[in-house]
Write a protein that binds this ligand. Structure first.
Ligand SMILES: [Zn+2]
Ligand SMILES: [Zn+2]
Ligand SMILES: [Zn+2]
Ligand SMILES: [Zn+2]
Length: 288
């Protein structure tokens, strides 16, 4: 790494040569926004005490997280000029990203960078505590920590996952899911109950853009006299999508509890609660 502490513009940003990066990484730390910890994109605003904040975070909070002072309309033009004329190493350099970025492009790259870690969505299971894992190591994390391969593994494009909700009054539950091998790739079913709504989708364990090659038909049916069925065809989601992003995006399947109950086997228990059991059938397809 260079000891050069001067700021200067670079035209050729290819190749990941750190000796051409200004400023140094420790200085890069000082410049970062105190909220998102990224190099701030202009316009950069100040709090009454002079701490800066990036334009993406400014609308989200009222008080400076460093000193609790209110924000002003005054801009930090010197910092904006430094960032606009400098180049930076991607935040995920240690994970393998070689990108060297112009200040104005930094935030857009880092939030989409293929080397950014996944926050494990099975964080509440098996003492994982929401580990952050690189996409290339995530499969081995799922196998060693969550044992997905041993308990629920399937090969092929058609499979079924059974769900049991022991107490129908519970409104937030996550199921561990099934690990699927198809087309030389690894997929994982994701299903959870959030605020009483059952959400379900299939994710691909690979880079985000790869998931657009696949789509999945999902069906929940109750085999009784009324033959009730719910069916939906949806895109396969990237593994990096958090549960909250899946909910926001609405590109997945969802059922509220009363609809779900119509598709369930219902077992009444002595204490007035219900035990629900249902099966979700998946048919995975590759788009040509
Ligand atoms: Zn920020
Ligand atoms: Zn402040
Ligand atoms: Zn990167
Ligand atoms: Zn985990």
């Amino acid at each position: 790494m260079s000891d050069d502490t001067t700021f200067g513009s670079q035209n050729d940003l290819s190749g990941g040569d750190l000796s051409r990066v200004t400023p140094r990484r420790d200085l890069q730390k000082i410049l970062e926004c105190p909220v998102c910890h990224l190099i701030p994109s202009p316009p950069i605003y100040n709090c009454l005490q002079g701490h800066s904040i990036c334009c993406r975070c400014r609308p989200k909070i009222d008080k400076c997280p460093l000193c609790q002072a209110a924000y002003t309309c005054s801009r930090n033009f010197a910092l904006e000029a430094i960032i606009e004329t400098s180049t930076f190493v991607c935040d995920h350099h240690e994970e393998g990203c070689l990108a060297v970025l112009a200040g104005k492009d930094f935030q857009a790259h880092v939030v989409q960078c293929g080397f950014r870690p996944i926050i494990c969505h099975l964080g509440s299971f098996h003492a994982c505590h929401g580990s952050q894992v690189g996409v290339k190591n995530y499969l081995s994390h799922l196998i060693t920590v969550h044992k997905v391969q041993q308990c629920e593994r399937t090969v092929g494009n058609s499979f079924t996952v059974a769900h049991i909700l022991r107490d129908s009054n519970v409104s937030d539950v996550s199921w561990c899911g099934k690990y699927v091998e198809f087309d030389g790739r690894h997929f994982l079913t994701r299903s959870f109950l959030s605020m009483g709504i059952f959400h379900f989708c299939l994710v691909l364990l690979d880079e985000d853009q790869e998931s657009s090659q696949y789509t999945v038909r999902i069906k929940i049916e109750k085999r009784d006299s009324k033959n009730r069925t719910f069916e939906i065809k949806i895109p396969v989601c990237p593994i990096r999508m958090s549960d909250s992003l899946i909910i926001e995006d609405c590109l997945h399947g969802m059922l509220n509890k009363s609809l779900l109950r119509m598709l369930c086997d219902v077992e009444e228990k002595i204490d007035d609660t219900l035990k629900l059991r249902w099966e979700v059938h998946y048919e995975l397809m590759k788009l040509s």
